[in-house]
Design a protein around this ligand. Structure first.
Ligand code: ADP
Ligand code: MG
Ligand code: MG
Length: 254
């Protein structure tokens, strides 16, 4: 049983006119076995939250804490965060010139486990993971993110999730740009991960449609840099019909 705890997290980014506070006191606790959905309008700070937990250097934590089983996450390097059991798809480079998917996955697995995986076993595992995502084994020979379609990028994220087997997965806009078939395949992948047991999922999304395939235990409405409301799956249904208008005060998000 593990707990990822975010307490009163404040995060700023540097802008031309000085630092701008994006996260304004985020509180959120995810326990292993739970799936949480963070939903909110564009620009509310959802990706900033994901990047901050991932340790992206652009985001300056000015207050609060993130802990994993009581241990400070924010003082860890990106690699240490991965070794501690956090999976953040965006912690990996957007495009890795000349690095094949196969080599990339093996390096990532080695970094997480502290030793390179046995090659033979690993090739089987990779092929199995690709197959489950409806991808050909040839995909492993392509260069990471080079010419990937939106759907291939997202499927590749889930392949990583499957193979790296973290404790907590933070998935940002995993559903964006997916057609209905890809959405189902990706959702199935997230559900498979969850079904392993003792896995925490933080699913960040703007749309409610992925929640038809992945049922969250908790839904958090994220507005203007903090959690504005929390509830169960029924809250997603309310958002589906009513949108975010009632949460966004006039002038609140500048
Ligand atoms: P979301 O993922 O919910 O759409 P983001 O976390 O991407 O929101 O962005 C939150 C807010 O932070 C937006 O208003 C965005 O314009 C602002 N922001 C993010 N990065 C920067 C930056 N480098 N400079 C200025 N503003 C930024
Ligand atoms: Mg505060
Ligand atoms: Mg975003």
């Amino acid at each position: 049983m593990s707990t990822l705890e975010i307490r009163d997290l404040h995060v700023s980014v540097e802008t031309e006119t000085g630092p701008k506070e994006i996260l304004r006191g985020v509180n959120l606790t995810v326990k292993s076995g739970e799936t949480h959905a963070i939903m909110g309008p564009n620009g509310s700070g959802k990706s900033t939250l994901a990047y901050s937990i991932a340790g992206h250097p652009k985001y300056q934590v000015t207050g609060g804490s993130v802990t994993l089983d009581g241990e400070d996450v924010l003082s860890k390097t990106v690699d240490e965060r991965a070794r501690a059991g956090l999976f953040l798809a965006m912690q990996y480079p957007v495009e890795v010139a000349g690095v094949s998917v196969a080599n990339f996955l093996r390096t990532a697995k080695g970094a997480v486990d502290g030793q390179a995986p046995n090659l033979r076993k690993w090739v089987k595992e990779v092929n199995g993971a690709l197959d489950q995502m409806g991808m050909d084994a040839d995909f492993a020979q392509r260069n990471v993110n080079e010419g990937f379609s939106g759907g291939e990028k997202k499927r590749h994220e889930i392949v990583q999730l499957e193979l790296l087997d973290p404790k907590f997965a933070i998935l940002d806009e995993t559903d964006s740009g997916l057609d209905i078939d890809a959405l189902k395949v990706v959702s199935d992948g997230v559900n498979r991960f969850h079904a392993k047991g003792d896995k925490g999922v933080l699913l960040i999304t703007h749309y409610t449609r992925i929640l038809r395939y992945i049922t969250p235990d908790h839904v958090h409405v994220f507005v203007d840099g903090r959690v504005a409301e929390e509830g169960g799956p029924e809250l997603a249904e309310k958002l589906e019909s009513e949108g975010y208008a009632s949460y966004v005060k006039a002038g609140a998000s500048s």
